[in-house]
Design a protein around this ligand. Structure first.
Ligand code: UTP
Length: 281
């Protein structure tokens, strides 16, 4: 039912310059894996194996990461290091990757629209890989898929943030309807601090119904000349077509240096405590 996941990964990642001058932000490593690999693993955990990536500059490092490296594999075959490639090998064997290039960085809405040819006329998931999520029990996308199978509406993952931080997020206004769900009346993109009481912030996980593409085609560029996904979601919300889901788990904002360091520490702790501690190899 949700077979495809779109990864908008064309942004400039300016907050990490100069590291992101040639390296896409999504390829920055959190311990031993690039950010985007965590997102791909989350999609796989939700039984989504068709992965569509919207890329910009630095496209080849992303593509190469999700491809076989014969020379490297040959070099370490039979050594203890071979298992370090086990996760990525599993992804390559199971998933199908398709890529499209966003020629101009005209915002998240434009990036999603750029993925239309890869997605087609079906509902799909969207992962912003710079939000690193660890679900409780099951992954965040799995949780959202379960909601979608009952509701058949666009879903945005949300979490409460401090009032002082609302200006960094899309903020949801709506009514609680139980089961960690809020019916969205309206979303406000990056409101000024104190301008709304709501502190329910959208994070980088979405399930979108396919009509989003037709809507995005009519969205005029908003702040900074960008086509905002929030504006298209507001058109759906006007017809009662958007739910916000309070996910169970932890999210790290790896688009910011602080969140990135926090995520790195958390993953390091997880890896160090794992029975097959990778750092001992
Ligand atoms: P961000 O605004 O957080 O990413 O976009 P950025 O622009 O790369 O970061 P900074 O602010 O300059 O450091 C959220 C997500 O949307 C993608 C980005 O790659 C990121 O995953 N995106 C954004 C696109 O794919 N295309 C765009 O035009 C804009």
């Amino acid at each position: 039912m949700i077979r495809k996941c779109l990864f908008p990964a064309a942004g400039y990642g300016t907050r990490f310059l100069p590291a992101t001058k040639v390296l896409p932000k999504e390829m920055l490593p959190v311990c031993t894996k690039p950010l985007i690999q965590y997102g791909v693993e989350e999609a796989m955990e939700a039984s989504i194996y068709m992965l569509a990536v919207v890329t910009g500059r630095g496209k080849y490092t992303l593509e190469n990461h999700f491809d076989i490296s014969y020379e490297l594999e040959h070099q370490i075959k039979g050594t203890i290091k071979e298992k370090r490639l086990a996760d990525i090998r599993r992804i390559i064997d199971r998933c199908e990757f398709i890529y499209v290039r966003q020629h101009e960085m005209k915002g998240l809405g434009h990036a999603v629209l750029t993925g239309e040819s890869l997605i087609g006329a079906e509902p799909f998931a969207v992962v912003l890989a710079d939000d690193l999520c660890f679900g409780e029990g099951e992954g965040v996308l799995s949780q959202m898929k379960a909601v979608f199978s009952k509701k058949r509406q666009s879903i945005v993952a949300v979490m409460d943030v401090p009032q002082s931080e609302i200006s960094s997020y899309g903020i949801v206004l709506g009514e609680e309807i139980g089961d960690n769900l809020v019916r969205v009346n309206r979303m406000i993109e990056k409101p000024a601090s104190g301008s709304t009481d709501s502190t329910l912030a959208v994070i980088g996980r979405y399930i979108l119904t396919e009509d989003i593409f037709a809507i995005l085609k009519h969205i005029k560029p908003g702040s900074g000349g960008e086509i905002q996904l929030t504006d298209a979601l507001n058109v759906q919300a006007e017809k009662g077509g958007v739910l916000a889901y309070r996910f169970k788990g932890t999210r790290y904002d790896c688009g910011s240096l602080h969140g990135f360091v926090e995520a790195t520490n958390a993953v390091y702790r997880m890896l160090s405590n794992a029975p097959d501690n990778q750092f001992s190899i």
